[in-house]
Design a binder for this molecule. Sequence first.
Ligand SMILES: *[C@@H]1O[C@H](CO)[C@@H](O)[C@H](O)[C@H]1NC(C)=O
Ligand SMILES: *[C@@H]1O[C@H](CO)[C@@H](O)[C@H](O)[C@H]1NC(C)=O
Ligand SMILES: *[C@@H]1O[C@H](CO)[C@@H](O)[C@H](O)[C@H]1NC(C)=O
Ligand SMILES: *[C@@H]1O[C@H](CO)[C@@H](O)[C@H](O)[C@H]1NC(C)=O
Ligand SMILES: *[C@@H]1O[C@H](CO)[C@@H](O)[C@H](O)[C@H]1NC(C)=O
Ligand SMILES: *[C@@H]1O[C@H](CO)[C@@H](O)[C@H](O)[C@H]1NC(C)=O
Ligand SMILES: *[C@@H]1O[C@H](CO)[C@@H](O)[C@H](O)[C@H]1NC(C)=O
Ligand SMILES: *[C@@H]1O[C@H](CO)[C@@H](O)[C@H](O)[C@H]1NC(C)=O
Length: 370
Amino acid sequence: MLPHLKTILSAAVALLALSGVPGADAAACKNPAVRKEWRALTKTERVEWIDAVKCLAQLPHDENLTPTVNRSISNIVALNASGSYYDDFVYMHMDLNTRIHFTGLFLPWHRWYVAVYENALKTKCGFRGASPYWDWVKDSADVHDSPIFDADPESGLGGWGDPANDFRVPNGAFSNTSDFHLTYPSPHTLRRNYTLQPLLNFPLPGFLTAADEQLDGNATFTPAERDKLVNGFVGDFKGFQSYFESFNGSHGAVHLTLGGDLGGTCPDDAPSDCVGGPTFSANEPIFWLHHGMVDRLWTQWQDKHPENKHAFFGGSVEALENATYYKEFPNGAAPFFNLNSTMPSDGLFPQPRIADVMSTTAGMLCYVYE
Ligand SMILES: *[C@@H]1O[C@H](CO)[C@@H](O)[C@H](O)[C@H]1NC(C)=O
Ligand SMILES: *[C@@H]1O[C@H](CO)[C@@H](O)[C@H](O)[C@H]1NC(C)=O
Ligand SMILES: *[C@@H]1O[C@H](CO)[C@@H](O)[C@H](O)[C@H]1NC(C)=O
Ligand SMILES: *[C@@H]1O[C@H](CO)[C@@H](O)[C@H](O)[C@H]1NC(C)=O
Ligand SMILES: *[C@@H]1O[C@H](CO)[C@@H](O)[C@H](O)[C@H]1NC(C)=O
Ligand SMILES: *[C@@H]1O[C@H](CO)[C@@H](O)[C@H](O)[C@H]1NC(C)=O
Ligand SMILES: *[C@@H]1O[C@H](CO)[C@@H](O)[C@H](O)[C@H]1NC(C)=O
Ligand SMILES: *[C@@H]1O[C@H](CO)[C@@H](O)[C@H](O)[C@H]1NC(C)=O
């Protein structure tokens, strides 16, 4: 077969697989894509991923993007139609923040989000690889000096931001002098601010113990913590998700240890009504690698025990009013979701059901992790 024909056909298959059309099943997933750790990629493969990400950031806004959460609740800036298609992905995450964090959608929605993003890299920007992940457990002893913060202008994700320049990343492929520009919450270039103890002076009273507040972020993603997460919580989706997503858990600690965009802090020159938080964290290209790792640990937990495989439980409303309520409903209060519930996609994609993404090798997905 001619290579380009093959590409077109596989793109068509990928589109079909992601269209949410029921009927795709395990039998259809014969050659799953293999998602690899960033360091296992060749230099060429890293450049290919980076170039595709930067390509999305040059494509125009998709006018189908339709926010669904009232801005008095989402607390985000208005949609900016001069943003890029990359910014659209960021905006979808901003808009849906309150629906996809601390609810039952956290794991399935972010699994789907990385998959549709990967598909956009392929169909719109010619990417031919698989979405990479960052195994932060490998770096738990010393995040600051991890080799993933590589300054190479073509193949490197870049290092830490310059404190004298609002923590803007000065090197790597996404540097402040590159063509990678972000629109939300206000136009800026990528920011990163290494933060060893991200939970000091935690603002929600009663949610964390005094010991939690002193935690080094990296203490939440040691090999022992990973094993506790992946081997524990048998059949207990709520327990698994809430340990992972809790304020002293590894998902949030990775966000906050990198600070800046991944940590959801407003740029210095953002309008004064800018509200930080998990909203615009997808500005950081490492977001996709981080959520690849989050997804990978969910697949490892799912594969650990037959009772985990299809386990799902979660509510649709965040229960963050007070610590007592949160402890009762850490992954959302009523109304509760079931596997047939659909997940929001803000007009950019057909809405998937939770059931469509419960397996990475059935339903609409076809990949495995190395
Ligand atoms: C959004 O919420 C505000 C404040 O509650 C309300 O006045 C407004 O009508 C809502 N907008 C929509 C489109 O529902
Ligand atoms: C966390 O990182 C700090 C600073 O690099 C290091 O001193 C500490 O040993 C690390 N903690 C763990 C549990 O590895
Ligand atoms: C980029 O960052 C470097 C280091 O912080 C700074 O000296 C330079 O002025 C910045 N350039 C631009 C165009 O922002
Ligand atoms: C909208 O986005 C464009 C492109 O990033 C930017 O130039 C413009 O300043 C933004 N407008 C606002 C109000 O943020
Ligand atoms: C950067 O991180 C330090 C902790 O390492 C924190 O004290 C500071 O407030 C952060 N600055 C910004 C602008 O995020
Ligand atoms: C986070 O808090 C929970 C509940 O108090 C506790 O079981 C867990 O060990 C804490 N995690 C870390 C990394 O300290
Ligand atoms: C906590 O929030 C829940 C839900 O809003 C409410 O029913 C409960 O009374 C609150 N408890 C306290 C101690 O404030
Ligand atoms: C989902 O819907 C199908 C048919 O529409 C039904 O057979 C199945 O029982 C439903 N499952 C749940 C968990 O509601």
